[in-house]
Design a binder for this molecule. Sequence first.
Ligand SMILES: CC(C)(COP(=O)(O)OP(=O)(O)OC[C@H]1O[C@@H](n2cnc3c(N)ncnc32)[C@H](O)[C@@H]1OP(=O)(O)O)[C@@H](O)C(=O)NCCC(=O)NCCS
Length: 201
Amino acid sequence: MPVFFQHHINENTCLGVWKIEETEDFFLKHVTAQREIRHPVKRLQHLAGRYLLQYLFPDFPNDEIAVSSSGRPFLNSRHFFFSVSHCRDFAAGIVSRVSEVGIDVELVQPKVEKLSEKFLSEAELRGFKELDTVQRTLFWSVKEAVFKWYGKGGVDFRSDIMIYHHDPDAQKLICFFHKKKIPLEVCYRIFDSLVLTWIVS
Ligand SMILES: CC(C)(COP(=O)(O)OP(=O)(O)OC[C@H]1O[C@@H](n2cnc3c(N)ncnc32)[C@H](O)[C@@H]1OP(=O)(O)O)[C@@H](O)C(=O)NCCC(=O)NCCS
């Protein structure tokens, strides 16, 4: 079964992670690419993401997807809200009939250590002491999910998104999103070296 993880958040919202084991031909029987993508791995990831949306909601109209000036894919009809992410041989997607959504999937890699000061504020680094590589990847992924949920671009990860609470038991974090002046709850799962985050709001 290529669906690695599936989660029915409620009757209107569902997410999944697809482990890509198929070739491009498999996906091309069901979906087309939104644009020309030269890199074969990126093209495969893109097609798997589009396929996953339809897998989660069979009536999802892939052929009606438009792309905003910021790069966010969306449906003019607003019959569904959705978000897609990919990394290596994983594609993640979340679809909702009613709420704006954002999703991100990241591999835990040591390079996040060096990047941390670019996306974490001094207050966050002070508040969450001794963050390890997994936690740093999680925090990065949280901010990517918020970025995608917002969809308009122009977000400074250090100053616009402030993570202030982490509940490992509930697998949730709370951040304050200064662009909208609201708190946002971001859920997550960690599978070995893969971090998945999502937001429904
Ligand atoms: C645009 C961005 C979200 C794409 O990320 P990526 O590394 O290619 O990773 P992902 O695979 O997780 O996401 C790609 C998907 O994001 C979606 N996406 C792209 N731009 C988007 C946007 N502005 N809003 C919402 N979703 C967007 C698309 O669905 C895309 O997949 P598709 O082209 O197959 O449909 C990301 O590169 C980015 O710009 N992040 C912000 C970085 C930043 O501002 N950092 C500053 C602090 S260091």
